[in-house]
Design a binder for this molecule. Structure first.
Ligand code: MN
Length: 293
């Protein structure tokens, strides 16, 4: 099932070229939602999954605005260096097994209908195409083999990044710096999370091409590890890191990320309201070629 959030706070799933609207089924079962409808749906999925299959209201996909499938996770957990070829291009001597994870601000999320807004005129910003998972059942101190029981689904994620020496949580948390989508695909539609093809283009030029079998820590290991640090809540997003091929993006660019079995996420880039950098990190950080002003 491919689950979407659309037209504000409505939820549905995609069948062929239509969206089946399941908003009323979720509200009927769960009552007034304290969080987004998708987060509510995820938290009640065991009770809802049979209900929603009976929903009949269909809208053409082309007639709705697709929003980020999940817009209010309690946190976005992200892998810093999780492909060896990205480690090489960044010229750093550590991977996820030394660095652990970092957090991105949930307020940086946008969906298909959004645009990445570059905040500064004098800094370099790169695209990082990644496979992300959405947590289903709460996970705390779980074993790798139990991770599949705690996954709600899979989605694409662009971990937009300012290069330089500021902390990762700063460089990756600007508003609009986490495009997610186009939808959340439930695990029954994914043959093997460790064999997903990832491709990312900027202005139609292929920049990144990889397979998740090359992750240093795959989905199970990374999610299990994260659960020993923090409690992963339903709707939380865990993103697995980017392969080689990151590069600068500028106003007017289009970024496309495609994951096999999941789909294609496409967003534009703008620098409306950008100002001079408020921090001095451009001369610091790994790999001097990444410190272009
Ligand atoms: Mn990343």
């Amino acid at each position: 099932m491919k689950l979407v959030t659309f037209n504000g706070d409505r939820v549905g799933f995609v069948v062929d070229d239509d969206v089946v609207d399941i908003t009323d089924a979720v509200l009927g079962r769960c009552g007034p939602a304290r969080h987004s409808l998708m987060r509510t749906l995820i938290a009640h999925w065991d009770e809802l999954r049979d209900d929603v299959r009976g929903c009949q209201v269909r809208l053409p996909l082309s007639s709705v605005r697709l929003d980020p499938p999940i817009g209010d996770p309690t946190k976005i957990v992200a892998a810093p260096i999780n492909y060896f070829d990205h480690q090489a291009e960044m010229n750093v001597n550590a991977t996820v097994d030394a660095l652990g994870f970092f957090l991105k601000a949930p307020s940086s999320i946008i969906g298909l209908s959004g645009t990445v807004q570059l905040p500064y005129l004098d800094r370099r910003f790169d695209q990082e195409g990644e496979l992300a998972v959405v947590i289903g059942r709460r996970a705390r101190c779980i074993a790798e083999e139990d991770v599949p029981d705690h996954l709600f689904g899979f989605t694409g994620l662009l971990d937009m990044t300012m290069r330089g020496g500021e902390d990762r949580s700063t460089r990756k948390s600007f508003e609009t710096f986490t495009p997610i989508g186009p939808w959340i695909v439930t695990p029954d539609e994914i043959d093997d999370p460790d064999a997903i093809d990832l491709r990312c283009w900027v202005n139609g030029e292929l920049r990144q091409e990889a397979n998740t079998r090359d992750l240093v820590w795959g989905v199970r290991r990374f999610v299990a590890y994260a659960s020993w640090v923090t409690t992963l809540e339903p709707g939380d997003v865990v993103t697995t890191g980017t392969p080689a091929g990151v590069g600068p993006v500028n106003a007017g660019d289009t970024i496309e990320l495609e994951l096999s079995g999941i789909g294609r996420l496409e967003v534009g880039v703008d620098d409306k309201n950008a100002v001079a950098s408020l921090t001095q990190g451009h001369g610091r950080g790994p790999g001097s070629e990444f410190n272009v002003r």
